[in-house]
Structure formats: structure tokens, C-alpha cells
Ligand binder design. Sequence first.
Ligand code: SF4
Ligand code: SF4
Ligand code: FES
Length: 251
Amino acid sequence: MNEEKSIMDIIADANKAVTTGIDSADIEHWVNIYIMGRGYKVPAGLTIMQAMEYAGYKFITAAGCRAGFCGACATVYRKEGSYQLKTAMACQTRVEDGMYLVQIPFAPAQEAFYDISKESYNAAMLLKHYPEVARCVACNTCTKACPQDLEVMDYIQAALRGDFEAVAELSFDCIMCGLCAIRCPAEITQFNVAQLARRMYGRYGMKEPEHITKRLAEMEKGNYDDDFKKLLAADIEELKKRYADRKREAD
Ligand code: SF4
Ligand code: SF4
Ligand code: FES
């Protein structure tokens, strides 16, 4: 009953309805979690982010896309009875019984400033901007911390060799969450290193894609001018029809 609840519990209950819409009478399975050391009973099956909202927390920072893309919701936790510190994205990971959770603010990370048009395509330029890469002790902690299951240590080793193509390939799905960096004993900001390598590879390493070069030449010759004019003159219904009727690659 409300008379027995503290003001914070009343606010938390109000937040549950607003943020999750869950009615506790409908819940069969519950788990116990701890947020910043305080215990909560929350419905099983929620993500960490939903569970925190159910418990009454409101995300003002540390949340963005809620879909595993923006990297904002980095979380560390450990399980009851274990000393191991685990990492997760709060919007992508389901709560488990006995989780001790802490949201972390985004780790301020040293970021180099450079003009890639004035840089040489080799390992020396990367080490000039990120000399700490040479301190990598190959402990693999970064790989274990990565919620995207990327081979982070491998791409750092590739960066050290100046193999920017391999870095681009291995780090392609990085969401810049920072969890690798906060665990690195060599204080390397892996995601910034990878971003530099991807930029360098895009500028100097990748071959110009033939199909785009061909299409650009056709556009410059004016092959599509009439089609553009028709599109610009079309009304919304005509545009919808054209979109629905467009040719598509087979699934
Ligand atoms: S490489 Fe690092 S920053 Fe990128 S997703 Fe993995 S842990 Fe996050
Ligand atoms: S955590 Fe740091 S030192 Fe360890 S392998 Fe990764 S980059 Fe190297
Ligand atoms: S909120 Fe964007 S990755 Fe979780």
C-alpha cells in the first residue's frame, strides 16, 4: 500500500507504468537484480535497460538507439558469487537472476586529430597518432570485453603491422561503445585506432568500385536527366507506386 512506501518507491512505481507499461499482476517469472547495490525484483525476460526502467530508473544518458547500434548503453556487471567483471550492452542483454549492475558513463577517450589527405599509408602514421598501440601486450582482454564479438586484439595487432585493410574488415561492426578501452591495461582506445585505420583504408587502400565509376560517368553524360525530371514532377501517389514497383534484387 502507498502509505507504507517511501516517496522514492512511489516514484519508481509511477515510472514502471510510464516507461514499461507492464502490469505486475501479469508477470509469472521474476528475477532479483542489483542496480548500484540496491536490490530489485523485476520480470524475467526484460533487457537490462527495460529492467532498470521497470525498477524506476529513467535514462537521460547511456541510451540512444535501443537497438544495439549506437554504443551508448555500455554496462558492466558481475554475477552473485563470482568476481568476474562482465560487459554488455544494456539494450541487447537480458537480465539474469543475481546480476549486480552498474551503468558506466562513456569513457572519455583520447582521439587524435589528423588530415588523412596529408598522411602516409603505413604503420608509422598510425603510431604517430596512437603510440600506445605499441604497448599492446596481447592479453586479449579487449576481445573478451567486446559485446559485438569482434576480434579486437587481432585488429590492434593488424594496426601495428599497418594492415589497414584487415583492421577495416575486423572492426567493421564496431559500435564505439568503449568497453574494450576501459579494460585495456595498455590504455589503448581501440575503437579510435580502428576508425583511423578504416578512414585510411577508404582513402588509400580500397580500389575504386567499377560500378560506381561507370554510373557516375553515365550521370555526367546526362543519361538520367529525363528520369530525374519525371521524378521531380511526380506527385506523392506516383512516387509511392514507382517505389513499390521498383526492381529489386532477389532475397
Ligand atoms: S571494438 Fe570496442 S568499442 Fe568497438 S564494439 Fe567492441 S568493445 Fe565496443
Ligand atoms: S586489452 Fe589492450 S593490451 Fe590487451 S590485447 Fe587488447 S589492445 Fe592489447
Ligand atoms: S541504446 Fe544504442 S546500443 Fe544500446
